[in-house]
Design a protein around this ligand. Structure first.
Ligand SMILES: [Zn+2]
Length: 424
């Protein structure tokens, strides 16, 4: 039966479809299978993909009038998915990043000197709702212009009851107003100075008051904890995550980033977290213990690139058979909105292949936020989140790096970026 379409993208040098993994993420050697169609085409109607194939195959199926977009010599991929973003903060910390990168002063030393997280907690709390929306929208614009169409968005930069509700309300508003889709997470991140010597009291408050209210207002799909040296202990992390699960939230965990915290082991004990993130210092046997859990490992190359120095052992984790995603880890500590750059670092610094990096930035990232039924691949019935890159193939992100290759971005079939600029 002939198909109607609003538009069709044709003649793509590489059409990266990544089909067949909407149910289970890609693992091991399957991460090298991008299901590329040469001279590929994808047709879209009412925001959904209606046909995928070679240009000849797709055009034969179409009838009526439709717009034709020529992607000759270009790469077409699913919209990129960024599954780990500390989105809502005010004030930047470029001076501190320089100290960490150049002088080797550690992240925790900066915090002890009154900077770092505590500085961000104060600056963010002092920023109005309206101003914060404007600041945060700029980050989302840059993400969109770099080909990202869906992100996970964490709160955690106020760590007071009213402040965290405000952060999550900002995420909700941006999800409504901005073309990007945002998946909201309550993150127990900083520990405000007044709780520094009594963090159990803060955890009690989070468990007894914050989580029930966040859940009642339906403000967070996920809960996450900074289970890190100098932040939340294993017992505190367990209390927060279990309370969140009791209130219907899905779980993530931020662990083994600055040091081996045991957070990965705890995630296995709690069971079936949707993602565990960082895993830089996780011993092999604790990584292996994640097997059989319904969990995606999210790797974050920016803090190793900027100041931590040591990267997660991506090869070892992939060879274990665990699904791996990558993300920007956008935060007040260091800021890069580009998933293209994450693919560069994944290849050049984490020894992932270009294909593994792209799978990690699309379908596996979609699994890590429970959206793989709708996004992350170019398949009939999925949302038409599509990026056209002015690059000949998927290996170009590691080769021609540090620049933006995006030509066009479609979000649910609507052209939102053209010539690399946001137009809607
Ligand atoms: Zn993070």
């Amino acid at each position: 039966m002939p198909l109607d379409a609003d538009f069709v993208i044709v003649n793509s040098n590489e059409l990266v479809t990544i089909t067949g993994s909407s149910q289970i993420p890609r693992t091991k050697e399957k991460m090298n299978n991008l299901a590329i169609i040469t001279d590929g085409a994808v047709a879209v109607e009412d925001g959904k993909i209606v046909a995928v194939g070679t240009t000849d195959e797709v055009l034969k199926q179409l009838s009526g009038e439709y717009e034709i977009i020529d992607a000759k010599n270009k790469l077409v991929t699913p919209g990129l998915v960024d599954p780990h973003v500390h989105l809502v903060f005010s004030g930047t910390r470029e001076d501190e990043l320089e100290k960490m990168a150049v002088l080797g002063i550690s992240y925790l030393e900066i915090k002890e000197q009154g900077g770092g997280m505590n500085k961000s907690l104060k600056l963010t709390a002092d920023t109005s709702f309206e101003d914060q929306v404007k600041i945060t929208s700029k980050i989302l614009d840059k993400m969109l212009m770099h080909g990202t169409t869906t992100i996970e968005a964490k709160s955690g930069y106020e760590m007071s009851f009213e402040g965290e509700i405000k952060q999550l309300e900002i995420i909700k508003k941006l999800n409504e107003d901005h073309p990007l889709d945002l998946v909201p997470t309550f993150l127990a991140q900083g520990i405000p100075p007044e709780f520094e010597h009594n963090s159990d009291a803060l955890v009690d408050e989070i468990v007894e008051k914050w989580i029930p209210e966040i859940s009642k207002r339906n403000l967070a799909e996920y809960a996450d904890v900074f289970c890190e040296k100098g932040y939340y202990t294993l017992d505190q992390t367990r209390s927060i995550l279990m309370a969140a699960r009791d209130h219907g939230m899905k779980l993530r965990n931020h662990c083994d980033w600055l040091a081996h915290s045991g957070g990965t082991r705890l995630s296995v004990e709690i069971g079936n977290l949707v993602s565990v993130d960082h895993l830089i210092w996780t011993p092999k046997e604790e990584v292996e213990a994640l097997k059989g859990q319904d969990t995606v490992v999210v790797l974050l190359p920016t803090s190793p690139f900027c100041y931590v120095g040591t990267y997660a052992k991506a090869r070892e984790i992939i060879e274990t058979g665990l699904p791996v995603a990558i993300a920007t880890d956008v935060s007040a500590a260091n800021l890069c909105e580009s998933m293209q750059m994450m693919m560069t670092l994944a290849v050049l610094r984490m020894k992932m292949t270009a294909a593994e990096a792209l799978v990690a930035a699309t379908i596996n990232a979609a699994h890590s936020i429970d959206r793989a039924d709708r996004i992350g691949s170019l398949e009939v019935g999925k949302d038409a989140d599509i990026v056209i890159f002015d690059a000949p193939n998927h290996r170009f992100f590691a080769y021609n790096y540090g620049i933006n290759h995006v030509d066009k971005v479609y979000k649910k079939g609507i052209l939102v970026v053209d010539n690399g600029k946001r137009i809607r």
